[in-house]
Design a protein around this ligand. Sequence first.
Ligand code: LLP
Length: 436
Amino acid sequence: MKYSTWLKKKDLEYKNNELHYADINLKKVIKKYKTPFYIVNERLIRKRYKKLKSILDTNYKQNEIHYAVKANSNLAVLKILKSEGASADCSSVGEVRSCLKAGIPAESIIYTGNMFTNEDFEFAVKNDILINLDSISQLDRLNHIYEKLDKEKLPLSFRINPEFGAGHHSHTITAGKDIKFGILDDQVIEAYSKAKEYGFTKFGTHIHIGSGILDPNDFESAFNKYIDIVMKLADTLDIQLDFIDFGGGLGIPYHPEEEPLDLELFIKKLISPINKLLERGDFGNPIIKIEPGRFIVGEGSILVTQINTIKDNGYKKFLGVDAGFQTLIRPTMYQSYHHIIQCKQKNGEKEEYDIAGPICESGDILGKDRKIIEPEEGDCLVILDTGAYGFTMASVYNSRPRPAELLLNNGNIYVIREEEKYKDLFKHQKIPKHLK
Ligand code: LLP
């Protein structure tokens, strides 16, 4: 793919040597807001969601896309996706609360926690949120809470670990025998029969094998094994499933040389085991759920940062910027590649620099050996594809307040999260009397 086409797909374009995002000149945004800041692109998020939804609809009508809120939980993002008709996948009470606040109804939420506490269960049961359990031992406590609160039992599912996982980094592979998530094949019958004994009458199943997967074949073995488990479950316990959830994990091309996920092929890998199941004729019409986070929002955001220091130690060159791993931790945590470009398009000689943040750790490198043309202190750089696991993983490490998030839509700029102030750092701290 031509480099400019690759950028255009991410809604980035140089016009008169100045970088535009969603047709807005970034120079205009930088003049108004202090770097670093994230910019979310509404039309790109809608576009990605629509693309996935239409391809699913063509292949299997009874489907639901549960957007994985952990990727980007800004209320504006949730409202955008709600207006597209998305459901939600949540991993904590905080995420469930965010969805409810954004107007996503309780019945559209699936809560896949792990290491659930009784407080988590109480909140979910009180608010009629469907719970996807992560361990058989949690079932006793959940049942107790349903009975204590005298609430009607909603459909219940367990996260099944199909023992095949994949992901862009070992931390993001979420299935396999030695991985903390879900229940293994030989525990599935026990889990669901216990749930039946407790009086649950409606069921679903769930897997999520990992995150950042670009090869559809990686999904294949897991999905086939999953459907075998589902069939065994249905046969042994004589239950019909309301839904079968395949989780998320769909990757995006972070590098210009990377091939995007072949969506058609991914859907084929998903649908063919389902067809096998439906061919039996006694399986009803389960809803097929998927839970993409990164695919929907990953490419729909950039992080804008300013160069404050140009440093040549005689051996290596560094560009010091105001974003760091407190703003975007993925490069440090997973050695993830995020493409970095200059706001001003320059003609000249490319030189290699490490793009370094301000955190007092040598791991605070946002990009290694990046080719930059004639940088100057004060210039802006744009870090691409920061919409998923960008702001949601930001921290205040080194006592650096978290940045603003802006939204671009139809030529307008909206602040969807104000930058934190220094006073926010002290908001919840208390000084004991003897130290006053
Ligand atoms: N469903 C469940 C149960 C999950 O645990 C996850 C992600 C998803 C769906 C969405 O996965 P996605 O479609 O976004 O790949 N911080 C890491 C990614 C961790 C993902 C954890 N679970 C990163 O920055 O790459």
